[in-house]
Design a protein around this ligand. Structure first.
Ligand code: SAH
Ligand code: DHB
Ligand code: MG
Length: 222
């Protein structure tokens, strides 16, 4: 068992279940050409987000951490054909610009609002504007602030809202209470928060694949 094998299996799953898609492929290529890091969700993970959006019948989706918009496209397409809206938050103007171009190319620009700025500024803005509640929230920005993003996600939720947090296993380092990695400590604080938080019911799934060994937390608001 090794990362090469996980990647090979992801390729195999992809070839069977996730047909090559010109729009998604172009979004990844444009992101890579612009020098964005390849830290987007994998195709299989993107499709899971898409399926969860469909299963939930989501019409309002919030994403924290856009990058080139690869996961955003999966989420937005989960609301077709009925329609819906994704608000996606991104601090880096270059990432936001590439993402907007990718959304135009995907024919999804009307469904997606990219908000530039630090999420800790744009999340309270959304609340002040009375935006939300969101049906589904995907938290995938800097990991240090995961607990704060989760708390904002709760404020922008309703009963039944689904909250997904990416990258919560960190190659297994999450169990190391002494870890000097601030991202690991961010995830550990999320788990402390979840241990006490009666307003949500949550689980965490470890994953391996083309993006290595990591995982995600899935929560529903009670
Ligand atoms: N969801 C994307 C990947 C996001 S990578 C996908 O799967 O396709 C994380 C993104 O969060 C990066 O683009 C980074 O610039 C952004 N980010 C980091 N800190 C942030 C902050 N404080 N506020 C908003 N976005 C932030
Ligand atoms: C990083 C961020 C992500 O959202 C991810 O899925 C993988 C890596 C990172 O910041 O390194
Ligand atoms: Mg991620």
């Amino acid at each position: 068992m090794n990362p090469e094998q996980w990647t090979e299996v992801d390729r195999y799953i992809g070839s069977a279940l996730i047909p090559a898609d010109p729009v998604l492929d172009a979004a990844l290529k444009a992101s890579a050409d612009a020098g964005l890091p390849a830290i987007n969700v994998s195709p299989a993970q993107g499709k899971l987000l898409h399926l969860l959006t469909r299963i939930h019948g989501a019409r309002r989706v919030l994403e924290v951490g856009t990058l080139g918009g690869y996961s955003t496209i999966w989420l937005a397409r989960g609301m077709l054909p009925a329609g819906g809206k994704v608000v996606t938050l991104e601090v880096d103007p270059k990432h936001a610009r590439i993402a907007r171009t990718n959304f135009e190319h995907a024919g999804l620009a009307k469904m997606i609002e990219v908000r530039e700025g630090r999420a800790l500024d744009t999340l309270p803005q959304l609340a002040t504007e009375g935006r939300g509640p969101f049906d589904l929230i995907f938290i995938d920005a800097d990991k240090v602030r995961i607990p704060e993003y989760f708390t904002w996600a709760l404020k922008l939720s309703r009963r039944g809202s689904v909250i997904i947090v990416d990258n919560v296993i960190r190659k297994g380092e999450v169990t190391d209470a002494q870890s000097s990695d601030p991202s690991v400590q961010g995830v550990r604080q999320l788990n402390e928060l979840l241990a006490k938080e009666t307003r949500v019911s949550a689980t965490t799934i470890q994953t391996v694949g083309s993006k290595g060994y990591d995982g995600f937390t899935l929560a529903v608001v009670n």
